[in-house]
Design a protein around this ligand. Structure first.
Ligand SMILES: [Zn+2]
Length: 421
């Protein structure tokens, strides 16, 4: 597919060049407002104000608890009140295709902060890098979503189709914010502006969080043999989970993940057990994360976990009588994929090629992201955004050199997709 700049695209690109500092300023504003799980309100106020000032019909609302009953919902355990989703609609004049630009506003904890050499909330710029928690994942993407309609306005360009800008909560632990959006706003395509460094996330795994509670019997350690040590009873369960990880990686590889090393990952991320060196621990709990290929179900993955743990328990005299209790929290969602031949993806790829001079390469994510909910609703969706590194790590940074090219590719694509007037 070949594309070439129309007068509207040329005007928008000139506006992007003219206001490049304002785009970076918006990213910095967002980074300086911390937005950890449960504390998303202040930054969402900024987002809603920004959309309103541009002139979009803007709404903020708290998620309803009924979302928890939807397929592929998760449960963070944090009440929804006071942590709104935000959307702004730039209504087109008619006759064009609609587009969602989606981004998550939540960030993961910067802890341990002592590992950072910069202020995680400082948005400090050194050379072509902006440092900060969320600078890369993904406040840069949210800022692009906010600024594109403003740049269109300032360049005097109207759209034929609707543009819907969405800023969602809970991407990092459940996806409920995007799930809610996917049920509210129909559209012809959706781009999630996660930081992909100019590649297109075309497939990604599903993710399931689960907990395994193992019980023992507390006793004074001077007669430890009279108790049952819940920590040592967790060992065969941990070994069974390691075997499950190996088995899942021995299954036929989903074609989108061919060549990726160890695509399925079962992580035992948290262990709680015992509280005193001289007491036999009476309880131990594991918090785990397991991924699955697109097309595999949450129910099927839960069944595989339950089978593996039950087999291990049956081989142990104590665990046979006191089976570990499995519960599910956080993520509980299947993965998804979008065809590189989808018209929206092909068109974005063509504009990326023109701007960047390189092909928009497909990538498959071994982590989860919000694009899935739009694909589940029949709205073709992939991730495309700026570059940088160290997401979820100390000294996370955004490559500022990628901001203007990403804005130009996305902007030209949206003009082409929605139609300009
Ligand atoms: Zn992200």
């Amino acid at each position: 597919m070949n594309v070439s700049p129309t007068p509207a695209v040329t005007r928008l690109w000139a506006e992007i060049d003219r206001q490049a500092d304002a785009v970076v300023g918006t990213i910095a504003d967002l980074v300086r407002i911390p937005s950890l799980l449960g504390d998303e309100a202040p930054v969402q106020v900024y987002v809603a104000d920004h959309l309103r000032q541009t002139g979009l019909a803007t709404e903020s609302w708290d998620l309803d608890d009924t979302i928890l009953g939807q397929p592929n919902a998760g449960n963070s355990g944090i009440p929804f009140a006071g942590r709104p989703n935000v959307a702004g609609v730039l209504a087109g004049s008619g006759g064009g295709r609609s587009l969602i630009l989606n981004g998550h506003i939540d960030v993961v904890s910067p802890e341990p902060v002592s590992a950072w050499t910069r202020d995680p909330w400082g948005a400090e710029i050194v050379g072509n890098r902006m440092y900060g928690r969320g600078a890369y994942d993904m406040k840069a993407g949210v800022a692009l979503n906010l600024m594109l309609p403003r740049l269109l306005r300032d360049a005097g360009i109207g759209l034929n189709g609707d543009l819907i800008v969405q800023s969602v909560i809970e991407e990092e632990c459940t996806g409920n914010g995007a799930l809610d959006m996917s049920l509210r706003f129909p559209a012809d395509a959706c781009i999630v502006t996660e930081p992909t460094g100019g590649s297109l996330t075309q497939a990604h795994v599903g993710v399931l969080w689960f907990r395994v509670a193992i019980s023992g019997v507390s006793w004074h350690a001077m007669q430890a043999w009279k108790g049952v040590n819940a920590i040592t009873k967790a060992v065969p369960i941990i070994q069974a989970l390691e075997r499950l990880d190996a088995e899942l990686n021995a299954q036929p590889v989903h074609p989108a993940f061919a060549g990726i090393n160890h695509p399925i990952n079962l992580n035992i991320g948290v262990i709680h057990g015992g509280d005193w060196p001289s007491t036999v621990p009476g309880a131990c709990e594991l918090h785990c994360r397991l991924s699955m290929y697109p097309g595999q179900s949450v129910a099927g993955t839960r069944a595989a976990i339950e089978r593996a743990i039950s087999r291990a328990a049956m081989a142990d005299e104590w665990l046979r009588e006191h089976p570990p209790v499995i519960t599910y929290d956080g993520f509980g969602s299947a993965g998804s994929e979008v065809s590189m031949d989808e018209p929206a993806i092909r068109l974005l790829g063509a504009w990326h090629q023109l701007v960047a001079g390189t092909e928009m390469m497909p990538r498959s994510g071994t982590g989860i992201n919000d694009m899935r909910y739009f694909n589940f609703q029949g709205i073709p969706s992939g991730c495309y955004g700026p570059g940088g590194a160290l997401a979820h790590a100390a000294d996370e940074w955004l490559d500022l050199d990628t901001i203007v090219p990403t804005a130009k590719a996305l902007g030209a694509f949206l003009l082409d997709w929605c139609g300009a007037n």
